[in-house]
Design a protein around this ligand. Structure first.
Ligand SMILES: C[S@@+](CC[C@H](N)C(=O)[O-])C[C@H]1O[C@@H](n2cnc3c(N)ncnc32)[C@H](O)[C@@H]1O
Length: 416
């Protein structure tokens, strides 16, 4: 079993058992609406789930109602209570990152609401409620004996250490855009029209960078480039490289810093992202990068030794056109590294927590993006290796293989 498979299974098991952390049997009986000991074959009409309205009319005399399995129902309701809590907590987790609350807890070691409010110049009453929510979520830890809150090393890795591949604090920024853009999506579902990348709430652009950057910082130079035949050697010696669909340029700048003798051209069709990438490069003091507005289908230049696409090929309406353009722009011995979200080829392969997250982004961002472009494709974020290979081959590439992976990413290598 690969690390990735075991992690995905472990996550799936966690998700499957997570529901039992809330015992809805207890919830039901505590409210006096329970049906007593679980009966595994209770007809639907006789069951009163918590908070269910009383039916206005008696059950119909039509076909027999399907039986409800009470333990299964209780387990599912328990899972849904956990889901509701996670969804409602998400804005507060974002706020914890924005206000530096997690960092301040880590710095202090242990806090009360008073000391945390003082350290972060925030209001104690709000902080007290936030701490309670976060402790109930299991995102921070409450110590009843000392009446203080602290972060375990694992909680710190996820919420504080921005350089850690486990850091997830950045993931919450894009959720602002998911909710802000939701009415537009309702309309898109009705009309079938796309939503272009630039038409999303601006939190999406920095959110994507914040979500992906920690992974790139941990794997790109260390694992992914060395997994592409000859790429590390060429870049060390001094090569010409293009990072297409570069967004805010996180990957481009990391590569430019690691390979100072090479020059990296970052292209993206979203002008505000290119402006942000230029500013980031300036701030980082990196001079061997050039950022330009261009589409993947007609980015300028030729004679590239190395071309990269990070999490963007599936967002394009014409991925075949993009592949063809890369083929044309590469040297004969050049290579194309395509980083895509982890995915299997079938839906069955993808019914797990990681794919769930990606399908959520795919439905709200990636598929609308592709549908807003010319080309007729809308791969979605869970395209899988077979479909990717077909696209790349249609674009004229003779060789395609999986070069590396992480629990969240698939890294492909394509050559002429
Ligand atoms: C999910 S973001 C990834 C950004 C960046 N590569 C990263 O990993 O942080 C997808 C990017 O692809 C860009 N994009 C989508 N379609 C494009 C196209 N046809 N040509 C150029 N850029 C495109 C978007 O503007 C966006 O910046």
């Amino acid at each position: 079993m690969t690390t990735q498979t075991s992690l995905r299974n472990a996550s799936a098991n966690h998700a499957a058992t997570n529901g039992s952390t809330v015992n809805v049997d207890d919830l039901v009986s505590a409210k006096g609406t329970g049906t007593g000991p679980a009966d595994s074959s209770v007809p639907v009409a006789t069951v009163t789930p918590p908070n269910a309205p009383t039916p206005a009319t008696p059950p119909s005399t039509g076909p027999a109602a399907p039986a409800l399995d009470m333990p299964t129902l209780m387990q599912f309701l328990g899972k849904m209570v956990t889901e509701l809590g996670a969804a409602a907590t998400a804005p507060l987790t974002l706020l914890g990152d924005q206000l530096g609350l997690y960092k301040a807890i880590a710095k202090a070691g242990a806090v009360t609401s008073e000391t945390l409010a003082q350290a972060t110049e925030t209001n104690e009453r709000y902080i007290r409620e936030w701490l309670a929510n976060q402790a109930a979520a299991g995102y921070i830890t409450y110590d009843g004996a000392s009446e203080t809150f602290h972060l375990t090393p694992e909680q710190e890795a996820v919420f504080v250490e921005e350089g850690s591949p486990c850091y997830l604090g950045g993931a919450f920024y894009s959720f602002v855009s998911l909710f802000a853009d939701q009415p537009r999506l309702v309309e898109a579902f009705r009309t079938g029209e796309g939503i272009s990348w630039g038409n999303h709430h601006s939190c999406l652009f920095c959110g994507v960078e914040k979500f992906f950057r920690p992974t790139y910082a941990s794997h790109l130079v260390q694992d992914w480039i060395p997994s592409i035949e000859g790429a590390d050697e060429k870049l060390r010696a001094g090569a010409k490289a293009a990072d297409v669909g570069c967004g805010h340029g996180a990957s481009t700048i990391l590569m430019a810093q690691a390979y100072p003798d090479s020059h990296f051209y970052g292209y993206d069709f979203h002008e505000p992202s290119i402006r942000a990438a230029r500013a980031a490069a300036k701030k980082a003091g990196v001079t061997n990068v050039t950022f330009e507005v261009a589409t993947a289908q007609d980015f300028p230049g030729s004679g590239y030794d190395f071309v990269t696409f990070f999490d963007c090929l599936h967002d394009m309406g014409d991925p075949v056109g993009a592949a063809a353009r890369v083929n044309e722009a590469l040297t004969d011995d050049g290579s194309w590294m395509i980083v895509e979200p982890m995915a299997g080829d079938s839906l069955e392969d993808n019914l797990n927590p990681v794919s769930r997250l990606y399908y959520a982004y795919s439905t709200q961002i990636c598929t609308p993006s592709a549908l807003s472009q010319d080309g007729g494709h809308s791969l979605g974020a869970q395209a899988g290796p077979k479909r990717m290979k077909a696209i790349v081959s249609e674009g004229g590439f003779g060789k395609f293989r999986k070069a590396s992976d992480t629990p969240f990413n698939l890294i492909y290598e394509a050559r002429k």
